[in-house]
Every structure is written in structure tokens, then in C-alpha cells.
Design a protein around this ligand. Sequence first.
Ligand code: ZN
Length: 136
Amino acid sequence: MPADPDFEALFAAAAAIQPRAYAPYSRVKVGAALLADDGAVHAGCKVENAAYPVGSCAEAGAIAAMIGAGGRAIRAVLVFGEGAELVTPCGACRQRIREFAAPEIPIAIAGPEGIRARFTLEELLPASFGPANLPR
Ligand code: ZN
């Protein structure tokens, strides 16, 4: 079992980027941060669009930042949102994370006051389909 990731660093990165999210339509700003296999932290924020389906999630931005920096594996994810309900990754983002993460990685859900819940990717996306499921 790998050591517990530094969720304080992920929280700080996600909390810093969340206010910069572009969410004029839903007014729900979301930030996400991930810990890459090389120890780097990458963050992303939600970017909405007037053509609604074209918008992108905070997790997608964080993954793009990791790939652009040369990272290829995710060790932990933290999603930061406001409001009373948990802001968990949407279904599409669970699959986006799965492309670069093992089912056992932790995913923390945070609000302004701190971490509200912790899951594993397996709990959020059971019996998932990943790169190893493709025939070789
Ligand atoms: Zn999403």
C-alpha cells in the first residue's frame, strides 16, 4: 500500500484555482488537483461555454496539465467545490481519471472547510474499463 498522499498540497492547489473557474452559467465553480507519479501537483478548473456541452471539467484541466508537463500516472485526486452537496467527479471524469490511475487511488472531495469525503477510484467507478482491458 503506497503512503498516504499529501492532500494538504492538493487542497491548497485546488482551493487556489477554484475561484478562477469560468462558470457564468451554472455559477458552480470547481477546482481539481492531482498528484502525479513524479510527485508534481497539477491543477485545473471548470471552463463553461455558451454552447453548454463544449464546457470542460476541472479534472480534465488538471489531467491536461499533467500530460503537458510529462506526467503519465495519477496517484491521488482532490476535487474542490462549494455548496452543501459533495462535488464528486462526473461520470466522464471518472473515466478520464481511470486512463491514468489504478483503481485503488484515493479521490478526496473537499469544500472550503476541508476534506468532506474520501473514496477510491474503484468505489466511484466499479469494475472499470482501463487501458489494460483493450486486447493487445
Ligand atoms: Zn467531469
